[in-house]
Design a protein around this ligand. Structure first.
Ligand SMILES: [Zn+2]
Ligand SMILES: [Zn+2]
Length: 332
């Protein structure tokens, strides 16, 4: 079964980390982090509906201006999710320009600022000169976006400042086996949606009317092909504390692909603690304990630019082994 989205890292691991995710059906895209976006075409940027910002260090947020410029004339709003301070960061970015000529422009920017237990909201409309409009405050309990069969979850990590890590997963996909439907001589109709809904909600006792006859759901379940949805996680710029590592394992659990930093070599662990980043060993450990299938390294200190093979090898070896049943994750 085809996944409803595909994801790609825009830059190499020594450049600013950006993950671009495009949806097949909706033809729009989301982006994780907003550093140097020159690797994206204007067309790709114009598809972006949501940006998930881990934090506002310059290598994760400097691309905001380029994105803004590409979207100014767009009807569809831009949603930005980020950690404590993101609303002010966006407000200050917008205040850095003069906006007397954009009152006719349609762009609306909706910002969600995720704290440990609440989400604050701020809106910025071109028609209002991008002045901040305060929105409602709601409780935060991991999920920050649900749309078109996709869920984005976040968690708050420590990096000397609060940063967000994210996961994105598809709902379980339920498709009907058309050949089998034909073979059994059943006419497709609204009952198929009822069948899918019943399977999704685990309803066991239901009768459905098909072609004038009543069938128990058990007689129809075989028509459905059930596929687990794809999951990815994006985690970068977190200090190697026990609490952070535990959260990272939870957020990435069972992911098909984990996009994650491996900022320092394992031997530079002291520096990693001082600079609030992971080493290769921490990264390998998280990937192994989260039982992920693939690991993609997003962010490595430029001082190791000639040592990427060693970085990859150390992540693959993982440290320390923690008894996961799955073999070491595959790497690209
Ligand atoms: Zn960074
Ligand atoms: Zn950072």
């Amino acid at each position: 079964m085809k996944s409803t989205f595909f994801s790609k890292l825009v830059n190499n691991p020594f450049q600013d980390p950006i993950l671009y995710v495009r949806f097949r059906r909706e033809k729009d895209a989301v982006m994780f982090d907003c550093g140097d976006v020159y690797g994206l075409s204007v067309r790709e940027i114009q598809k972006i509906s949501d940006i998930f910002v881990t934090h506002m260090h310059v290598d994760h947020f400097i691309g905001f201006d380029n994105v803004l410029r590409c979207l100014l004339n767009r009807e569809a709003p831009l949603h930005i999710y980020g950690p404590r301070g993101i609303i002010n960061a966006v407000a200050h970015k917008l205040k850095g320009y003069t906006w007397n000529l954009i009152k006719e422009y349609p762009l609306k920017i909706e910002v969600c600022e995720v704290h440990k237990d609440v989400i604050l909201r701020g809106s910025f409309y071109a028609t209002e000169g991008f002045n901040k409009i305060d929105g409602p405050v709601t409780a935060f309990d991991k999920i920050i976006m649900i749309k078109e069969g996709l869920t984005v979850e976040a968690d708050v990590f420590d990096h000397g400042i609060e940063v967000l890590g994210f996961s994105l997963h598809e709902d379980t996909q339920i498709n009907i086996n058309k050949a089998l439907l034909l073979e059994r001589g059943l006419t497709p109709g609204a009952w198929l949606n009822e069948l899918k809904a019943a399977i999704r909600n685990d309803i066991k006792d239901l009768r459905l009317r098909v072609d004038g006859h009543y069938y128990h759901i058990e007689e129809l379940c075989g028509l459905a092909m059930i596929t687990r949805g794809q999951k990815i996680a994006y985690i970068t710029d977190i200090s190697p504390s026990e609490a952070n590592i535990k959260k990272a394992i939870g957020l990435a659990a069972g992911a098909d692909t984990l996009y994650i930093e491996a900022f320092f070599l394992a031997e530079d662990v002291e520096r990693a603690h001082k600079r609030n980043h992971l080493t290769t060993a921490h990264t390998g450990h998280i990937a192994r304990c989260a039982n992920v299938i693939n690991v993609e390294i997003t962010h490595v200190s430029p001082k190791y630019i000639t040592m990427y093979e060693r970085i990859k090898l150390e992540v693959k070896e993982g440290y320390p082994p923690c008894g996961s049943l799955r073999a070491a994750p595959s790497m690209s």
